[in-house]
Design a binder for this molecule. Structure first.
Ligand code: ATP
Ligand code: MG
Length: 390
């Protein structure tokens, strides 16, 4: 029996980005995701894309798993291909859906007919196949409102496609339909989630991580790479900079008022990230901050952080509770890695009493104690190590 994969496209809301461009980028991303699984042909037709493996031995389970992480796909399913003849359709549906229907209690049949020359109309096809399946699976009942399995038959130009339930796709927009942005990635729970959320909106990711050896270890860096690897399963490869941050942090510790340590550190992170982001053609920065989570994430502190960059800063977790962020991190499989206990540079010199109602002029004054700030930024940028995480 010939089997194919049907892909249902996501939203096409972006004005100016027409369906063709959207679909071409989506297909390019699907090809990348399937590169190690097998070669497929891609046929666009209405709001679906039909994938057929070139080699009959290709593992479609693996393919569906990989495709379930490709943004821009609302739903996908495997389908059997049958002759356009009711007997062939019935036989194929019975064989192909045997497992799914045996486990179900209720079902319904939906028929779609794009070939209007087919002798039966859609409701007639549904009724005919439904009756047949009821006679073969005696335990089944029809439930048109909330069935366990929806059997869908599509009568196309050359063949009929038969499938059971759809699998939910990753949703969102195909990566690289919305430009590029640089995510400030720590080893924590929030920033990988933030990265995932923006990639879901079609943004191609670049990552910047600040490391402060010997205060932070190689294990902490390794953890960040593992997190990025997990995010890359959705976003595609991520060009990543690891920035040496020790000297700047020591300067901040030695020269600045303690209550502003974290905010000043964050401001330097922003400045350096913006420079690297521009090198990489990015148009925005992304962080995992959420209002009120810690002292450096009050709206006052966030204002002081934003003041040093002219790029928009996207904070998709901003209005989320920790539990909500954790739920996403579990769903994308970053949580278990995030909770490994390695020191981040943020926790190296944390003030005992951080300023929660920081004023910009006070922060700027405290920061002015570092005289060679620009030089240190330049040095950090020059010594940043670049890798690509896949
Ligand atoms: P996360 O779980 O993402 O670490 P968090 O709640 O622990 O977030 P902070 O540690 O205060 O918050 O960091 C806030 C944000 O600053 C992070 O979400 C991240 O975007 C950025 N950030 C923090 N540490 C680093 C780092 N070492 N390198 C790059 N960005 C960082
Ligand atoms: Mg953190």
């Amino acid at each position: 029996m010939k089997e194919i994969i049907l892909i249902k496209n996501g939203e096409l809301v972006l004005k100016g980005l027409n369906r063709n461009t959207f679909e071409d980028i989506l297909i390019k991303n699907m090809k990348k995701a399937l590169r190690e699984i097998g070669e497929f042909s891609y046929t666009k037709s209405q709001s679906t894309i039909v994938l057929e493996a070139v080699d009959g031995d290709t593992d479609l389970d693996d393919a569906v798993d990989a495709l379930s992480r490709v943004f821009g796909i609302v739903a996908l399913s495997r389908a059997a291909v049958a002759e356009k003849d009711m007997n062939a359709i019935k036989q194929t549906a019975r064989d192909y859906l045997d497992g799914e229907l045996s486990l179900a209690k209720t079902f319904k049949v939906e028929a779609k007919r794009s070939d209007k020359k087919f002798p039966l109309k859609s409701p007639e096809i549904a009724r005919d196949l439904g009756g047949y399946l009821l006679s073969k699976f005696n335990h089944l009942k029809v439930d048109v409102h909330n069935p366990d399995v929806t059997v869908t038959v599509e009568i196309r130009d050359n063949h009929a496609f038969i499938r059971g339930n759809n699998i939910k796709g990753a949703g969102g927009m195909p990566v690289s339909t919305s430009g590029r942005a640089a995510v400030l990635i720590s080893g924590g729970i929030d920033s990988p989630v933030a990265a995932y959320m923006m990639a879901k909106r079609g943004i191609e990711l670049v990552a910047v991580h600040f490391a402060s050896p010997p205060y932070t270890t190689e294990l902490a860096e390794e953890k960040v790479m593992q997190l990025l690897h997990k995010v890359a399963r959705y976003s595609g490869p991520i060009t990543t900079y690891v920035v040496p941050f020790t000297e700047l942090q020591e300067q901040i510790r030695d020269k600045c008022a303690e209550e502003y340590f974290t905010i000043i550190m964050r401001r330097y992170m922003m400045r350096i990230s913006e420079i690297l982001a521009r090198h990489q053609n990015c148009s925005a920065l992304i962080t995992g901050e959420s209002v009120g989570q810690v002292a450096s994430q009050t709206i006052y502190a966030l204002g002081c952080t934003d003041a040093v960059t002219s790029m928009p800063v996207f904070r998709p977790c901003i209005g989320m509770d920790k539990v909500e962020i954790i739920n996403i991190s579990r769903a994308i499989d970053t949580f278990e890695t995030s909770i490994q206990p390695y020191e981040d540079c943020c926790t190296v010199f944390t003030p005992k009493h951080p300023k929660t109602r920081a004023k910009l002029e006070d922060v700027a004054a405290a920061e002015a104690a570092i005289e060679n700030g620009d030089e240190l930024i330049k040095k950090a940028v020059e010594n940043a190590r670049r890798t690509v995480v896949k």
